[in-house]
Structure formats: C-alpha cells, structure tokens
Design a protein around this ligand. Structure first.
Ligand code: XIL
Length: 456
C-alpha cells in the first residue's frame, strides 16, 4: 500500500499508473491551494484530495457560472461532451470540439480533468445502438482507443466503463448490446484504454453502489477483486453517489469505500448530488471520503441547483442565483477539519487470504508488446506450473536504450538492462495452471523480450 494523497504539485506530465507508482501519480490530481481553507478545491488540496464538478460546455459563456467554477473547483468532468454519442456521432468520424473546449478551459486554469466515459450502454450514437456481436465489440474497442488517444496526457482518469451492473438483487451484469458481445467486454475496454493512454488512471464507475449490503455493490466488488487478481488494468472505482429518497445515503458508505480501497484501487466520488442538499448528509459524505486514505477526490454533478440534471431536487451546493447554501458551508468545514490521510492507510482489510506454502512446480512468463515510435507497453502473463504459486519473480532483460517509465500490478527493481518484477499483495497467489498479469510502459524499443519466471 502506498500513500494516496493527491497532493498539490506539478510533476512529470505522464501519470505513473499502477500499484508500483501510485504515490507519484496522485500528484497530478489536485492543484496548489491558492487560498487554502476558503474554497472547496483549495481545502481539498490541503488534504491531498481534489474537489470537482461536472461542467456543461454551453455554460462556459455564462460568467456567473464560470466565476464559481474557476474559484471553487480543481477538477472538471464533462457532463455530456465526452460520451460516445458526442465524440463519435458517425462511425469513425470523431468530434472533439465541445470536449476540447472544456478541457482547455480547465487545464489553462490549473484544473485537472476526469474523462467520462469511454463505454456505456446509454448515450450511444445511433449507429452503435443498432450494432451487435463482433462488429460492435470492434467498434467499441476502436472508440476506446481513438478517444483515449486523443485525450492522452490531458485526462488524469477515465471512467472507462460506466454503469455495467444491474439494479436489484441479482448482483450481475446489466443487459445491453455491449454485454451481449461477451462478458469480457469490460476487461477488453480496460486493456484498450491502458494501451492507448498508459498514464491515465482507469476507473469503473456506477450508481447505487454506495450501500455495502446491496447485491449490486457486491457484484462490482467481486469484479474488481477478480480484475486485480488477474492483472486486468484497473486503478480506481467511481461511486456516482446520486443520493435521493429512493437511494439514500447510508452510514455503511464508509465501509463500502474502504472495502473497495482494500482491493488495491483508488476510490472517488464522481457525481455527487443529494436530494434536498442536507448539510449533515453532505458533511457525512466528505468525512467518509477523508476517512479512507485511497478516497482521493469528490466531484459534484453540477454547480448551481439550476445546473443540475435533477434541478427540482435542489441537490447541489449553490443556489440558482449562485449563492452558497448551508451544504456548501458544511462541506468546506468538513474539508478543513479533516485529517490528512495516513500512510500506510488504515482501511480495514476484507477477506484475509489464506496463505498456502510456496509452490514447487515453477512458473512461466510470456509477454505481449504494443510498440509505437519511441515507446512501448508490455503486458506480462505469469502462469503457475503444476502447483500453486505463493509469490513469483519475473526477470526481463531490456535492450539498451529501453527505460521503464511506468508499471502496474508488480513491484520492480531496475528500469534498464535486467529488470526484476515481483508480485504485489493481491496477485502473488496463483492457482496451479492459473495466470495473473502485470505490465509496464517504457521508452525505446522492446525488440524481442524473453521473460523468465521463478516461484517464491
Ligand atoms: C446525465 C447528464 O447530467 C444529463 O445532462 C444527460 O441528459 C444525461 O446524463 N450517470 C452518469 C452521467 O454517469 O453521465 C449522467 O449524466 C447522470 C447519471
């Protein structure tokens, strides 16, 4: 576990995604506090977090709107402009103007951007809605690749997949045209996003996943645990947290956040609004995030009540006239009172693993490389031999000129020449014949890599 403070700092432009470099990558998410303690963004940054809002591009010409946006927030999510119907309105014709306008507004003022969203059953362009099967799978992967490539280096995190789980008691996937392309569509989207933008943190995002006892929450939790065990590149989970009378805030929310964090992912509150905007509920949400070291930011879904997709619920922090509501004061106070996250984090572990003895049947490692001009991503698959692994080490010799810049799902020693990679906490135990994966990004040319694997 690493510190998860998303601190004020300007570091290298490329986020270092993945378990081996989380602490460094956090630095990208919050801008320096210009007026600590008096605005949401500055107060959150003092706690190593960010405070963001959804932004509607057409409102950037409203000065009352931009005055609050520019003063209070240090993270921005495009409310609709990065969705599939906005960015690929006709197949293979990409349209980035509205999204670029939001990104430029944010980044030129020192705010960061969350990308929302690469793959979703909703707000698909018409041509995609009527597709199915392998044609749809390919179109989806092409969309993920093209859009993540366009915004590479400008978006600190992507909601790679949005809302893929069903409501109700099943705990399973939501039916959709994407789901019908095969259950592995989500991991395929994550792998494509990692290859296209290795520096962005990759999140799964959903709603009604706040209550720890709900089947939907458990379904998402089990998917994330499985992804981490198998080396699917996932870095974070977004909790939309649209709280209302049908889906209220519950006191086990903190347990939900900390339980996901204990899987080795960051957690973020991505679309917060609360029907009626109870000050005490807003305060509880902020306190819950601050209590979880890996909860690194909160985004509200709009600025003024009149900006809300659920305006009649008056769920936001500012009145329609732009004045601060009691909920604003409660959020600011909670941010200023909050403690700084500890390192190592104090999140309670869930499901302590049983520890088998080291395997004696050895292991093998294979690598697949995605090379581009001047750099590459390598995905390494570790497969246990005839007995289960309890820890593994992979050695990979890199050709001269190749330098590792970024890695995920393994600990590393060395970044040139001979590099050695060992399991992290959640992927050391691999059943006989089973596999897990880790990966890294490097400058230079991979050539042909020949990894060797040893157990223990
Ligand atoms: C909403 C927008 O706020 C509306 O403007 C739009 O008409 C529909 O989508 N979950 C999500 C968001 O992930 O993208 C949704 O945003 C709200 C629910």
């Amino acid at each position: 576990m690493r510190s998860t403070r998303w601190k004020a700092a300007s570091r290298a432009a490329l986020a270092l995604a993945g378990a081996g470099a989380l602490a460094a990558s956090m630095a990208l998410f919050a801008t320096a506090p210009a007026s600590a303690g008096t605005t949401l963004g500055a107060s959150a940054a003092e706690k190593g977090r960010y405070f963001g809002t959804a932004v509607a591009g057409f409102k950037l010409s409203d000065s009352a709107y931009t005055t609050i946006l520019n003063r209070e927030f240090n993270m921005v999510t495009a409310e609709n402009e990065m969705k599939m119907n906005a960015t690929e309105p006709q197949q293979n014709q990409f349209s980035y103007g509205a999204a670029d306008q939001i990104v430029n507004h944010a980044r030129s003022r020192g705010m960061s951007v969350r990308g929302h969203t690469l793959a979703w059953h909703s707000q698909q362009p018409g041509w995609m809605e009527s597709m199915s099967g392998s044609a749809l799978r390919q179109a989806m992967l092409n969309h993920v690749t093209q859009v993540a490539t366009h915004f590479r280096g400008q978006v600190v995190a992507w909601d790679v997949v949005n809302e893929a789980f069903a409501d109700g008691s099943s705990g399973g996937r939501r039916d959709s045209n994407l789901q019908r392309t095969g259950n592995d569509w989500i991991e395929a989207a994550f792998r494509a996003a990692r290859a296209a933008d290795p520096g962005a943190k990759l999140c799964y995002n959903d709603y009604n996943t706040d209550n720890w006892t709900h089947a939907k929450t458990q379904g998402v939790y089990n998917m994330v645990r499985d992804f981490k065990a198998r080396g699917v590149p996932i870095d974070c989970v977004g909790f939309q947290s649209h709280f209302n009378n049908d889906s209220p805030y519950v006191s086990n929310y903190r347990t939900t956040l900390s339980s996901f964090a204990a899987l080795g992912v960051d957690v973020q509150i991505t679309e917060l609004d609360i029907q009626g905007a109870s000050a005490s509920t807003y305060r509880s949400v902020v306190e819950d995030c601050l209590a979880v070291a890996r909860c690194n930011g909160i985004t509200v879904w709009g600025i003024r009540d009149s900006d809300s997709w659920r305006a009649s619920q008056t769920p936001l922090l500012f009145n329609s006239n732009g004045s601060k509501k009691a909920a604003y004061d409660a959020v600011l106070a909670a941010l200023n009172n909050g403690t700084t996250p500890t390192d190592p984090p104090t999140d309670p572990p869930t499901d302590p693993p049983t520890t088998p003895p080291p395997g004696t049947g050895g292991c093998t490692a294979t690598v697949s490389v995605n090379q581009w001009n001047g750099g590459f991503v390598a995905n390494v698959r570790v497969t246990a031999g005839s007995s289960a692994l309890n820890g593994w080490t992979v050695s990979i010799g890199l050709p001269s000129g190749a330098t590792v810049t970024n890695a995920w799902s393994a600990n590393r020693s060395g970044n040139t020449g001979t590099t050695n990679w060992t399991n992290v906490a959640y992927n050391g135990q691999v059943g006989a014949g089973q596999s897990t994966e880790f990966g890294f990004q490097a400058n230079g040319t991979a050539g042909s890599l020949s990894p060797t694997c040893s157990a223990g």
